[in-house]
Design a protein around this ligand. Structure first.
Ligand SMILES: Nc1ncnc2c1ncn2[C@@H]1O[C@H](COP(=O)(O)OP(=O)(O)OP(=O)(O)O)[C@@H](O)[C@H]1O
Ligand SMILES: [Mg+2]
Length: 239
């Protein structure tokens, strides 16, 4: 709860900052565009100014992305095939995984019902988990996805018992020590030189917004397993 609270504050704060930075950027962009018009077409200075405009557009995109990250939109859930989502994310990373000789396998339980989830938010979660697994296996290894439907399970104690869909993502990477385990979901906690430390905190927040949960199990030197639990929702088929 405390972590969610911190994240919410962080989200509001950074969304505020992102917004405040966008205003001066808009001013700079307009001015640069006016300046650009005052140069004759072949003038080298007009190239410099168009570079300014381009870089501002890039910053704006970055801000937008961060904004989405820090303060996610309200989920728009629908029924989706878990396999399609996982396959899509895998395709995105396949070249990288192959290059590092990471073996990938995916076992989707036969007849698994569609999951009720915000598709793009869920994709983001899977992508973060895959990327972390990739980072944890610099010398190759195995990345395995396993999913099943547990009829009697539930995500939270108060959930009506309609069952839970489980997605287990495990790697044979370096693993996580006990003391690190307590911090990996904290915003900005990272052990990587080029990490931001938002992947897992955002993922757990997104899952929470989708009434779902994530748990981790890890053995240093052997690997890690992240378990996502989605409440099962019956799809109304009126064909
Ligand atoms: N599969 C994994 N194996 C080993 N360590 C992991 C794994 N997943 C997460 N971690 C640890 O948890 C930390 C936090 O992960 P998180 O995804 O939040 O941030 P990050 O990957 O460091 O940066 P980014 O914001 O780019 O995702 C990582 O730095 C790493 O130490
Ligand atoms: Mg990460």
């Amino acid at each position: 709860m405390e972590r969610m609270d911190r994240l919410a504050t962080l989200g509001e704060l950074s969304a505020g900052i992102a917004h405040e930075i966008r205003n001066p950027l808009a001013g700079i962009k307009t001015s640069a565009q006016v300046l650009e018009e005052s140069f004759s077409p072949g003038d080298f200075r007009s190239q410099l100014v168009s570079r300014i405009v381009k870089e501002i557009d890039r910053s704006n995109k970055l801000l937008q992305r961060f904004f989405n990250f820090a303060k996610p939109n309200r989920p728009k859930p629908g029924f989706h095939s878990l396999k399609n989502i996982v396959d899509g994310v895998f395709l995105l990373l396949a070249p990288r995984l192959m290059k590092r000789k990471i073996e990938y396998s995916c076992e989707i339980e036969e007849g698994l019902p569609n999951i009720y989830i915000d598709e793009s938010q869920f994709e983001q979660v899977i992508l973060n988990l895959f990327l972390n697994a990739y980072d944890a296996m610099p010398d190759g290894g195995n990345l395995n996805v396993k999913t099943w439907y547990d009829k009697s399970g539930r995500v939270m104690a108060e959930q009506e018992s309609k069952g839970v869909v489980i997605i287990l993502i495990s790697d044979t990477g370096k693993g996580i020590s006990q003391e690190k385990l307590e911090r990996i979901f904290d915003p900005f906690y990272t052990s990587k030189s080029d990490g931001v430390g938002l992947g897992l905190s955002i993922s757990s927040r997104l899952l929470e917004e989708n009434q779902s949960k994530i748990e981790v199990n890890s053995v240093p030197g052997e690997g890690s397993a992240f378990k996502i639990m989605l409440p099962f929702v019956q799809e109304d088929r009126q064909e």
